[in-house]
Design a protein around this ligand. Structure first.
Ligand code: T1G
Length: 695
């Protein structure tokens, strides 16, 4: 009656209790609808239909979550029957009431199974969604057709094209679930199933959809495509959802299936599936899997500025005991206000309740001076980005903190070995480089020196998991991984200015490439003064032969630090970013000083030169063993610097573009731009041998 998975265990079992039976799916870790699950589910629902003792049935899952979707690992293989749409149609067609009991997440195919049930009960903490667009797909088993039939076109467009999950309360409000369980989920679902016995069956597929007027529909579709910034799935998903208003269910599902199968073979979906698994693979560093992390519950943060307060919030959100210290009451009060402001905004937006805010505010203590940190398991500094300031602080902390406490620095690019050398315990020193805003950005660079103990690195990885961060372990170099690559491609962007482009043209080309913002707009947001300080620090060691562009220095000398001063690469009137003729004049004058005749530069040239700069620097980072794997670089660039995930990250994409063409770009630039732009050894070798980053 039920199929068996490769391991020989039945992932689906039918408990033929009367009058309400139970179909339980048990396919760890997330009850994905593997072939065996699909076959078992189909057999079970067919048995329910045949067995006169059974008058209704509940579909439930073992473990922590309902079905979290189709098995993504199967996508590279030929689809095997029974196909999920057929199983789901059989559930909806069942002559007896079928109720879904949802805990954890009902995502993708799991949500589609729930949609085909005749009713849905969810635990208070459950969430439901159709995240297929995040994999470069559209729902492939009725989601685009049944969801609008249940919650209407507008709400369905939002959920299907954004891929965002909704929590139980919102799902109840939308009509996506019928009840929220007050205690025993399966008992509540069984109770509802019993109530439905003998009642007309509420088949989602038989409901009609109120159409949207053509003008509104096309405007919404256009807005969705624009927001997708080059990703094709959201636009396709919008088209399918809008079709639901005009087509019978099976016709709509046929169109959906056709689109799904097309996208499943697309480069964008391959890239997004790579991104999905890469951000999990980075958690596992070769050689660390048997190393026990240290216990961390009490966390100290030195510095209550933007970064320090953001880091404090990240730890408080994850249930840690947090204490922030500063050097003055004024600075501490300002930090406390920053923290309160973030949480108040989250309450105002409905993201958290006032009670949750109060609980997290209670988890964060404040004090003056480092003496109050003597009970901490981990202390993170987020003070002024100056090496001597950090060394002095770590000397102080070394004297205050008990043995075993980990000392972490949030520095963006200073040499952590030099900071560690200021202590008697370099093995306990590590870099935890958060990205601003620290309570939002998921990337965390864990920077190990040659002295950092293995269990300290393992502790960083364990912390990242608890913080719901995406960790990349790297070694010390200027800028580690992300900032080092960023400064390199910013340089190439400035060369493009001297040769004929203007800041807004470079930014537009990279936004068309899929970056959320171009490098000059990002600089204005972050503040030009941060990198100005870095360039001045590096000036004494800069190779005089290096092609150095001083436009940014001249902007800084004029006090143009970006948004915060009302002008930088752009000028800002009422918060609106505008091209500034002053900057255009500076750029043109820079070309003259360089003796260059300005020329029009295409978006294609801008994009390919920036990508080549990124790939080449990434290869150097790999050659120097700053990171161990290409996926480490791809994850940093996607999660810290906005490299479009539908391209899979720079190295995944380099395989597709072809390393020979990228090497040719790099060699051309090396001839023009001098030291620092030589092709990386591994780029030359891979281009010659045809070896891919992802074989
Ligand atoms: N298929 C295969 N493996 C999966 C998987 C999936 N759908 N989801 C998770 N895993 C693995 C994951 O790689 C990891 O493995 C382990 O499970 C734990 O995951 C027909 C076509 C459910 C919110 O996109 O969002 O349905 O690293 O570390 O943090 O229309 O996993 O341990 O070896 O993420 O608790 C749509 C994707 C598929 C959901 C749990 N569904 N998954 O998060 O654990 S397409 C999704 C998630 C589809 C239909 C279409 C999360 C989670 P390993 P984890 P978590």
């Amino acid at each position: 009656m039920t199929a068996t998975s490769p391991e020989g265990v039945d992932p689906v079992r039918l408990v033929s209790t009367s009058p309400v039976a139970l179909i339980e799916i048990d396919n760890p870790p997330v009850n994905a609808t593997s072939q065996a699950v699909r076959a078992g589910l189909l057999a079970a629902i067919q048995e329910v239909g045949r067995n006169p003792q059974i008058e209704a049935v509940v579909i439930a899952c073992a473990g922590k979550t309902f079905v979290a979707g189709a098995d993504i690992r199967e996508f590279g293989q030929t689809p095997r029957e029974p196909h999920l749409p057929d199983v789901i149609n059989a559930i909806e067609a069942c002559s007896k009431p079928v109720v879904a009991a949802i805990q954890g997440t009902a995502l993708g195919g799991g949500c589609e199974i729930a949609l085909a049930c005749h009713a849905r009960v969810a635990e208070p903490g459950a969430s439901l969604g159709l995240p297929e667009v995040k994999l470069g797909l559209v729902p492939g088993a009725g989601g685009t057709q049944r969801l609008p039939r249940l919650i209407g076109l507008e709400a369905a467009l939002d959920l299907v094209t954004s891929g965002r999950p909704v929590k139980a309360q919102e799902a109840l409000r939308l009509g996506l679930v019928d009840r929220i369980s007050s205690g025993d989920l399966r008992q509540d679902a069984t109770e509802l199933a019993r109530e439905l016995i003998g009642q007309p069956l509420r088949r989602t597929g038989e409901r009609s959809v109120v159409a949207m007027d053509a003008e509104t529909a096309s405007a919404k579709a256009a807005e969705i495509r624009k927001k997708a910034r080059g990703a094709e799935a959201p636009g396709k998903a919008a088209e399918l959802v809008l079709l639901a208003a005009g087509l019978p269910l099976q016709d709509g599902m046929a169109r959906e299936r056709e689109t799904f199968l097309d996208l499943r073979c697309s480069e964008q979906s391959a890239a997004l599936r790579h991104a999905f698994f890469a951000e999990r693979e980075v958690m596992r560093l070769p050689g660390l899997d048997s190393v026990e992390p240290r216990r961390v519950q009490k966390v100290g943060i030195v510095g209550a500025g933007t970064m320090g307060s953001g880091i404090a919030i990240a730890f408080a959100d994850a249930g840690f005991d947090v204490r922030i210290v500063e050097t003055s009451e004024q600075a501490l009060t300002a930090g406390q206000a920053r923290v309160a402001d973030v949480y108040d905004k989250q309450v105002a937006s409905g993201r958290i309740t006032a009670a949750a805010r109060d609980e997290r505010l209670r988890a964060i203590g404040y004090a003056i001076g480092t003496s109050s940190l003597s009970d901490r398991d981990l202390v993170i500094e987020a003070v002024f980005e100056d090496l001597e300031v950090k060394r002095a602080l770590f000397r102080d902390l070394d004297a205050v903190l008990p043995p075993g406490t980990i000392l972490a620095t949030n520095t963006s690019y200073l040499d952590i070995s030099l900071i560690a050398d200021a202590t008697s315990r370099p093995a306990d020193v590590v870099g935890l480089h958060f990205f601003s805003p620290a309570h939002v950005m998921r990337l965390l660079e864990i920077v190990r020196t040659d002295a950092t103990a293995a269990d300290v690195v393992a502790t960083g990885l364990a912390l990242a998991k608890r913080l719901r961060k995406i960790p990349v372990v790297c070694r010390v170099c200027d800028g580690f991984v992300g900032n080092r690559i960023l400064s390199r491609y910013r340089q190439q962007a400035e060369y493009l200015l001297e040769e004929g482009a203007l800041p807004h043209e470079v930014d537009a080309a990279l936004e068309a490439f899929g970056f959320p913002m171009g490098p000059f707009a990002v600089s204005d947001l972050a503040g030009l003064d941060i990198n100005w300080a870095r360039r001045k620090r590096l000036a004494p060691t800069r190779d005089p032969r290096e092609r150095y562009v001083d436009i940014a220095d001249r902007l800084c000398e004029a006090g143009r630090f970006g948004r915060k001063t009302g002008a930088g690469w752009y000028r800002y009137e009422g918060g609106k970013r505008e091209v500034d003729p002053v900057v255009t004049a500076l750029v043109e004058e820079s070309s003259q000083r360089r003796g260059l005749t300005r020329r029009a530069i295409s978006a294609d040239e801008i994009q390919s030169r920036i990508r080549a700069a990124i790939v080449n620097e990434a290869c150097k980072i790999l050659d120097e063993r700053i990171v161990e794997r290409p996926l480490d670089v791809d994850v940093v660039m996607m999660h810290g610097y906005g490299y479009p995930a539908w391209r899979g990250g720079p190295l995944f994409e380099a395989d597709r573009v072809g390393l020979q063409s990228i090497l040719a770009q790099v060699q051309e630039r090396a001839a023009q731009d001098g030291p620092g732009w030589e092709p990386a050894d591994s780029l030359i070798n891979r281009a010659a041998s045809g070896a891919k980053f992802y074989p």
